[in-house]
Design a protein around this ligand. Sequence first.
Ligand SMILES: [Zn+2]
Length: 327
Amino acid sequence: MASNNKSHVVGVDLGGTKILAGVFDADLSLIGKSKKSTKAKRGVEAVIDRIARCVLDAIDECDLKPEDVRGVGIGAPGATDPESGTVIFAPNLEWRDIPLKAALEKALKVPVFIENDCNIQALGVHEKELKGGPRHLVGIFLGTGIGAGVVVNGELYSGFNRTAGEIGHMVLDVNGPKCACGNKGCFEALASRTAIFKRVLGAVKDGQKTLLTEMLGPGLKDMRSGDLRKAIKKGDKFVQKVVEDAAAFTGIAVANVINFLNPEVVVLGGGVMQALEDQMLEIVVRNARQYAMSGVDKGIQILASTLGDDAGITGGAVLARRQTRQA
Ligand SMILES: [Zn+2]
């Protein structure tokens, strides 16, 4: 399945709850997309079938056929082996050693490439949003968990075991809250959506008054990041403090990244940042500058991605383009 003159590629964002597929043209413009719930509980084969159908729907939306597509790039939530095309471990999907590339190539008859979701998002931000400008970039994505993608000299840096970028488990407070990984005070246990919601729920249980209970009921059912923004805008000081603390820890993580890697740009993305940029970004930047070693952050840009929900599919498209160009 070598490269050819077909100009369209498809990017797929495989998440624990939803699958997004987007078709991109030769200029990397998004020309059509499709969305499905993941339904991970139905098992691996069912999910792979849903991914294939989501891709075919997106292609059909654009009045194209699979034969018109030169490659599909997928970001999976967990450890991946791009060379064998295997998802090694994806806790949200309860997947272990799943040969995703082979299964999808069989279903779609199109070359398929896989990568970790945060790596792919960093790639998308680098190539589409920043036009490939920065030589070195770190993208940090705050969502259900926290992850990062590292671009060095314009290429993804994946590390010895291809797990580079696990910034969510950088310990920021050794006495901090317990993390799903077993350690305490990981970045993810302090600033992810899960961590923020946990802190809000715990405080409400202990009698904390908040507008969120008026908005969502006492159990805070179906709370979303956007609800936190609405509560803050209505003057909820408690929610504001929780979000500001998460932003401060994010700033410290960014300072660590700047001290350690000295990238040209640090981009912040993910659902939490998208919903709470106005409440968080300034605090992130202030803390990053404060905790970075004096002078080392000079000229380094710290910004929020504008790709939002499309970061994953954009990165998938970039991956597919790059891989089929090399083939
Ligand atoms: Zn952890």
